[in-house]
Design a protein around this ligand. Structure first.
Ligand code: ANZ
Ligand code: ZN
Length: 816
């Protein structure tokens, strides 16, 4: 084992801090590079391998950029509000605030032990009143603009977390946090009107340097769909309803219509004899998750309302049903059913014996199997027969429009963002309800609306703040009458939707941030974090940026120019790390044993950064041996440089060989490091140290050259092993920081292997070929040819009469 370890880590961490080595220079904004890693949740399980994998390698990337001359801003903070602290409190009785701040303290210590260049003076903690004051300000601004509103709607309810959830927090029908199946509840809640930005959120995706998959996920989530909204009249009544369809060309094939059970019109359409069946069905379907309801394989269920609708194109009368496969929250919450051309309608018609009328066939007019869901040619559609789907979509809507019964319509899957939560540990919503004045926003000067400490937060489906008389009762900011506060808190995703705007100006007490400064500091140049945030945080942050831009607070459109997702580090068994499986890796013990740099370098060398993989203790050991090997090589080199006297000014073959590996490494590390391909970058350093070790065994070294090589070696490795390299840098005799050095620039000529192959003839016959340095003198080539063993053998016992050298190609030996 070498000398490197935690003692070295500590020594440099203290010195770096003392010298303010990583301070951001506010005067040099032209070269600013805002490097952001997703901030962490202060959990009791502390800093895990996943955090390290996010922060360590990105810090190395930023260090490289620093040496390339950038002015790095790399802040860190805590996403401190949220359910885990509250659930922990319910279990143990430890107040969420106490556990949160204790966890933050520990995690900060761990983060410092990483030795990253975090700008701690810019830290933000979202549960601090001086932060959430501005989260509340954001709410008020959105409210002013009509982008925050309250409505009664069927919302996602997690029965285990006892709170509503945003659509984005429901993953495959279950709660994102606790995996409990989500149900629907009709509740009055606060929403942010993210749908106002649907088009821009979609269009601007193509301007971003983001992973393709994430862009695709956001596109799908926004789900722009162009179709037609058309009206069905209810038979023998003046009621009517609209449906949304993407296949208006199939309108002649409608054999029934279906409403979502939650559709407000259902009651109106239900006849007395069907009412009890309808009510019963509504209750059952409320308990189902959307995913279940949408599943194609699910057995279809439904109830007839007793009413009939009239097809606007052909006057055909069809029954009105309700079924849970129609969602209340999409389109109009009603569907024209075309069983011949839609799978779910087909299954439903089969189940309830409804007619299946084909109106589309393939373009060649061949017979097709039903349901036929492709585009094709219209049949059994009267005047439209023979038109293709593409033509039919235009013609049918024209006809509908003539009678004011339909028009083109764009729909989005994206729903408004539900931001109120029935939980305690979050930012209170700054709203007051007054009997006289209604919904009254808390004036900005009264912010923050402080979260009270003494609250009974055992969950019962009601907001814990409702039980705090002290909190609830207030006076109306408008009329001064007694009034009540909003008792819901904000979704923690609201807190994290703007934190990147606060970092550069985190101490501002007048404003959330100074517009002029933030416009210079942002967008974030590089954002790195987990892919699980694709449709939550990353979408919300884009929305908030755009909304603040439109209010004049920002002048840029997108918060995160370039995004990378790190992969997932799995347990040694290849499974996702979890306490219950006992396969978690605790970084601290490795760091104590090997030092932070070995841990960091293992993460960078052992995995593809964007893919991750299974943990391996052997991998850590091999990186530790690599560090030892470097230490030995550098020690030898330093000793040689210090003790020896240089009397060589040229680069002979050995030096050229080492120079080749030196510049191969400079090129490789620069290019791969820039793309966050850390594993191959470090592989170049391994080749480099091998070449250096080999060179150290040669006699007659060019020591001036060796010193240059060693300095470059340490500069190149420094971003990946910061403490170790700072120590080595000083051991060479520098009393500066290696991180103030310039990043080495590679010399392309060093990569041209400077060798030529020379054929050696004896009396005109080629006997052998040798490689020599291309700048070898004629004399030296001659000597090399004669010294070659094969040539020696074939000229043995003969007299060398003449040696002819044709430089770069041939040596001809005339021997008798
Ligand atoms: C008739 C039809 C015939 C349809 C056909 C499809 C094929 P996207 O692409 O996602 O926008 N739909 C409309 N509203 C719905 C709701 N609230 N719940 C469930 N399904 C709904 O899908 C639009 C299609 O989904 C619409 O076009 C409608 O079915 C269905 F051969 O209308 B279609
Ligand atoms: Zn009032």
């Amino acid at each position: 084992m070498g000398n490197y370890g935690t003692a070295v880590d500590k020594k440099w961490q203290e010195l770096w801090e003392k010298n303010g080595l990583y301070k951001f220079d506010p005067k040099n904004l032209d070269k600013k590079l805002y490097t952001l890693e997703m901030f962490s949740y202060p959990s009791g399980s502390q800093l895990h391998a996943g955090h390290w994998f996010n922060y360590g390698p990105v810090d190395s990337w930023a260090r490289m950029k620093k040496m390339e001359g950038y002015n790095i801003f790399q802040p860190m903070g805590f996403d401190a509000f949220g359910l885990p602290a509250e659930n922990y409190a319910i279990k143990t009785g430890v107040h969420p605030k106490d556990s949160t701040y204790k966890n933050i303290e520990t995690m900060e210590k761990q983060l410092r032990a990483m030795g990253a260049m975090f700008n701690w003076e810019n830290e933000v903690v979202t549960s601090d009143p001086n932060y959430y004051k501005w989260t509340q300000w954001l709410f008020l601004k959105l409210f002013e603009k009509g982008l925050a509103y309250r409505k009664k709607a069927p919302v996602n309810w997690c029965p285990s977390c006892n709170t509503v959830l945003a659509n984005e927090q429901v993953l495959d029908g279950v709660c994102e946090r606790c995996s409990t199946e989500v149900t629907k509840k009709e509740l009055t809640q606060w929403f942010f009107k993210i749908t106002d930005y649907a088009d821009e959120l979609l269009d601007k995706l193509d301007t971003l340097d983001w992973p393709e998959k994430t862009v695709a996920m956001q596109k799908h989530w926004i789900g722009k769909s162009t179709g037609v909204q058309l009206t069905f009249k209810v038979k023998d009544s003046d009621l009517s309803f609209d449906v949304f369809t993407t296949r208006v060309d199939t309108l002649n094939g409608v054999t029934y219509v279906v409403l979502a059970p939650e559709n407000k019109l259902v009651d109106k359409f239900t006849t007395d004899e069907n009412r009890s069946a309808i009510e019963e069905y509504k209750e059952i379907s409320a308990k189902q998750s959307e995913i279940e309801r949408q599943s194609i394989s699910k057995e279809k269920t439904g109830v007839f309302t007793g009413s009939y609708a009239v097809n606007p194109i052909n006057g055909r009368v069809v029954p009105i049903w309700i079924s849970d496969y129609v969602l209340a929250t999409y389109g109009t919450g009603a569907v024209m059913a075309v069983p011949a051309h839609d799978e779910r309608d087909f299954a439903f018609a089969k189940k309830f014996n409804l007619p299946i009328d084909q109106v589309i066939t393939n373009k060649k007019g061949h017979e097709v199997e039903l349901p036929y869901c492709e585009y094709g040619m219209m049949i059994n559609s009267g005047e439209f027969d023979g038109l293709t789907t593409e033509e039919g979509k235009i013609k049918v809507v024209e006809k509908l429009a003539e009678n004011d019964l339909g028009s083109e319509k764009v729909n989005y899957r994206l729903r408004d963002w539900l931001v109120s939560r029935q939980r305690y540990w979050g930012a209170p919503i700054p709203i007051v309800y007054c009997d006289k004045c209604g919904i009254v926003p808390v004036p900005e000067k009264d912010l923050p609306v402080k979260l009270p400490y003494d609250v009974e937060f055992a969950p019962d489906g009601k907001s814990p703040l409702a039980k705090s008389e002290y909190f609830v009762n207030t006076t109306c900011p408008k009329c001064g009458c007694p009034a009540k506060r909003e008792v819901d808190t904000l979704d923690t995703f609201v807190c994290s939707s703007w934190y990147y705007l606060r970092y550069p100006d985190n101490k501002n007490t007048e404003k959330p941030f100074d517009t002029e400064l933030i416009n210079k500091m942002l967008p974030v140049d590089k954002y790195v974090g987990g892919p699980e945030h694709a449709c939550m945080h990353l979408l919300y942050a884009r929305f908030v940026t755009k909304a603040l831009r439109d209010m004049g607070y920002l002048n840029f459109d997108e918060p995160f120019k370039s995004l990378t997702h790190q992969g997932l580090i799995l347990g040694p068994d290849g499974l996702k790390m979890s306490k219950s499986k006992g396969n978690t890796i605790s970084p601290d013990s490795y760091i104590n044993q090997y030092g932070a740099d070995v841990f960091r370098m293992y993460l960078m060398f052992g995995f593809s950064y964007t893919e991750g993989g299974a943990w391996s203790d052997d991998g850590v050991k091999s990186v530790s041996r690599f560090v030892d090997r470097i230490e030995r090589a550098l020690e030898m080199a330093n000793a040689a440089i210090k003790e020896g006297k240089n009397n060589k000014s040229t680069l002979d073959n050995e030096e050229q060989e080492l120079n080749f590996w030196r510049h191969t490494a400079i090129k490789g590390v620069t290019e791969d490091g820039d793309k966050m391909q850390f594993n191959t970058a470090i592989a170049r350093m391994m080749e480099f140290v091998n070449a250096l070790t080999k060179y150290m065994q040669e006699d007659g070294k060019n020591l001036d050259f060796l010193k240059e090589v060693v300095l470059d070696f340490v500069r190149l490795l420094a971003p990946f092993a910061p403490h170790f390299c700072e120590e080595e840098w000083n051991a060479i005799g520098n009393n500066t920081s290696v991180f103030n050095e310039k990043w080495p620039i590679f010399d392309p000529t060093a990569l041209i292997k400077d060798e030529v192959e020379i054929a050696i003839q004896v009396n005109g016959k080629i006997k052998n070929r040798i490689n020599v340095s291309s700048n070898l003198s004629e004399e030296a080539i001659k000597a090399a040819a004669l010294a070659d063993i094969t040539i020696k053998a074939s000229t043995e016992g003969k007299n060398i009469v003449k040696v002819i050298v044709i430089k770069g190609r041939l040596v001809n030996i005339v021997a008798k």
